[in-house]
Design a binder for this molecule. Structure first.
Ligand SMILES: NC(=O)c1ccc[n+]([C@@H]2O[C@H](COP(=O)([O-])OP(=O)(O)OC[C@H]3O[C@@H](n4cnc5c(N)ncnc54)[C@H](O)[C@@H]3O)[C@@H](O)[C@H]2O)c1
Length: 232
């Protein structure tokens, strides 16, 4: 399956590498031109054991591509993962600007049905805002195309890219006008995709983050906010 991943950070790179290891072909797109240039010449901006080998091997085999050309990447991927950053706003809530910008870009360039899969840590209700942002961009083009929004929040272990491949700590729910995406998502990602409302995984992720925060004091200090639903 053809996959597009928005964001070449920790989550985007791991997602892209794991998708391609599972037999998919992937375009990973980022607005950071320096980051993409580095990746194109084999330099990873982050360190995760085993990740560089996975990325370089699949890039050389032409199964994994890095680009700043969002239009081409959107057209390419049937499934479009968004793994862009959600920095904390001044009031501590998640700043969704990147998430909504990615959704608008997808709506602005898609030419056929897409499954928009959110992997960023976002509050409950974000899927609806993503749907509206994509739909608004489609409306501006007077394009009538179906799409679905899927929440696929994941409990990634840092320094363990493989944790993203085993799918034991994934949750997914979907919404939208496109046909049920679970079998396709499952085929692409081998995630433990649960049918049901797109909102469902978001409290699941928040509860999981809260649990880790209680069990591991100082876990990702300064970033972990179990109270604000959806933050890691
Ligand atoms: N790092 C983790 O372990 C982890 C685990 C679970 C969830 N998350 C969540 O995943 C999300 C991403 O985290 P990260 O650590 O990978 O962030 P990151 O900052 O390392 O990477 C985000 C990337 O997205 C890019 N980006 C921003 N806007 C874009 C756009 N419109 N189009 C294309 N690219 C764009 C940025 O340039 C950056 O390279 C966050 O919401 C985070 O909370 C992170």
């Amino acid at each position: 399956m053809k996959v597009c991943v928005f964001g070449a950070g920790y989550v985007g790179l791991v997602t892209a590498a794991c998708m391609v290891e599972m037999g998919n072909s992937v375009f990973c797109v980022d607005i950071d031109a320096a980051r993409i240039a580095g990746l194109q010449s084999g330099h990873l901006p982050i360190h995760e054991p085993g990740l560089a080998e996975m990325v370089l091997r699949n890039a050389q085999a032409n199964r994994l591509h890095f680009t700043t050309d969002a239009a081409s990447a959107v057209v390419y991927g049937t499934i479009v993962f968004t793994a862009v950053g959600t920095p904390a706003a001044q009031d501590g809530s998640a700043d969704l600007a990147h998430v909504l910008a990615a959704a608008a870009t997808i709506g602005g360039h898609m030419l056929e049905c897409k499954f928009i899969v959110n992997k960023s840590t976002v509050p409950v209700g974000t899927a609806e805002r993503v749907r509206l942002a994509a739909a608004d961009a489609l409306r501006r083009r007077t394009a009538l195309l179906p799409f679905a929004v899927v929440s696929n929040l994941e409990f990634l272990k840092e320094a363990r890219p493989s944790s993203s491949r085993r799918g034991r700590r994934c949750a997914a729910g979907r919404d939208g006008v496109a046909p049920v995406p679970q079998p396709r998502l499952r085929a692409a990602a081998q995630v433990d995709a649960h049918a049901g409302a797109v909102r469902r995984p978001q409290p699941v992720r928040a509860a999981g983050g809260g649990y880790v925060g209680v069990r591991v004091p100082g876990h990702r200090a300064g970033q972990h906010r179990p109270v604000a639903c959806g933050r890691r």
